[in-house]
Design a protein around this ligand. Structure first.
Ligand SMILES: [Zn+2]
Length: 318
């Protein structure tokens, strides 16, 4: 499961100046009320909370103040080979910044060592314009091309960077319970499998393994149809990054016939303005060769054209 979005942030005058400087291979910090130079620049003085405006260009070499070894780099980190995370105090700065140092192994790292910026092959106005640092004295050849630049926000040609984009992604590995596993395997065959509570007779879809009301195992398996009704819904009018369907469109709670729990799904096949509570819908399955163990096998639900279900029939499922 991959949950992700591109985090966009307007940078303002201080960080804006910093990232635009990076694009031009220049590192600028800001001087605080006590005379110390902060790199990266801080927008407000840490002591007086006054807005800071005195920018100071600092060197592209610096000293490692402390470090730790990243033996198994993760996706999205500055280097895909093992590297050091280090706090680096650039020449002319009074604070240290966190960045990566490219060395062949931890035996090449030491506190107090001198390092220099390796600029990204393509700079765009982002902290990743500093691809990583390298030791100033090294006999190791440069490792070649740097990683692709991050995505950039659209702007007029020649305008400074005003927004930075940072993709944020969480990859989940979920261990399915035995009940979920049967449910997911059934989905791969185009079937919806729920479970019924032996006490209250409610049918749970997806099955939970136990009834949350009665606390008893739900062992009674029920195959359900792929038709149901819309209980509640939301018309999506707001565009957002990564949106796959052009607004307006409808996401709705669909209560499958025979089930007692509604789930969220997409409604297509009619005008968003025509969607109603109680509207009868049917699953629109993706082509069979695309089926996996996922509810995404159902591309969306669409109206069947049957008469709406009366409100009383689903009022207690809202
Ligand atoms: Zn129950």
């Amino acid at each position: 499961m991959n949950i992700g979005f591109d985090y966009t942030r307007s940078v303002g005058p201080v960080l804006g100046r910093f990232v635009n400087g990076l694009a031009a291979h220049r590192i600028e910090g800001v001087r605080g009320s006590d005379g110390r130079v902060h790199v990266p620049p801080v927008e407000y003085d840490p002591l007086t909370a006054e807005a800071l405006t005195e920018f100071v260009e600092v060197g592209t070499e610096g000293t490692v103040k402390s470090w730790t070894w990243m033996a198994e780099p993760l996706d999205g980190q500055p280097l895909s080979r093992p590297f050091a995370w280090a706090l680096i105090q650039l020449d002319g700065a009074d604070t240290a910044m966190l960045h990566a140092v490219d060395v062949p192994g931890p035996e090449h790292m030491s506190t107090g060592m001198r390092v220099a910026v390796r600029w990204a092959d393509e700079t765009v106005g982002h902290i990743r314009d500093i691809a990583y640092f390298r030791p100033v004295r090294t006999d190791t050849a440069d490792a070649g091309p740097t990683a692709d630049p991050p995505p950039v926000a659209e702007r007029e040609e020649g305008d400074p960077v005003g927004v930075v984009i940072t993709p944020v992604h969480l990859k989940y590995r979920h261990s399915a319970s035995p009940e979920e596993s049967r449910y997911l395997r059934a989905l791969a065959k185009g079937k919806l499998i729920g479970q019924r509570c032996p006490v209250c007779h409610k049918v749970y879809l997806p099955p939970r393994g136990a009834c949350p009301t009665d606390g008893v195992p739900t062992t009674d398996e029920v195959e359900l149809p792929d038709t149901g009704i819309i209980t509640t819904f939301c018309v999506v009018n707001v565009p957002f990054l990564g949106q796959r369907i052009k607004p307006p469109y409808v996401t709705a709670y669909v209560l499958i016939d025979g089930a007692d729990i509604a789930f969220l799904h997409l409604i297509l096949g009619c005008d968003a303005a025509d969607v109603r509570m109680g509207m009868r819908v049917r699953a629109s399955w993706r082509p069979r060769e695309e089926w996996t163990t996922s509810l995404e096998n159902i591309a969306h639900f669409e109206p069947t054209g049957e008469p709406d279900a009366p409100y009383e029939s689903f009022a207690h499922h809202l």
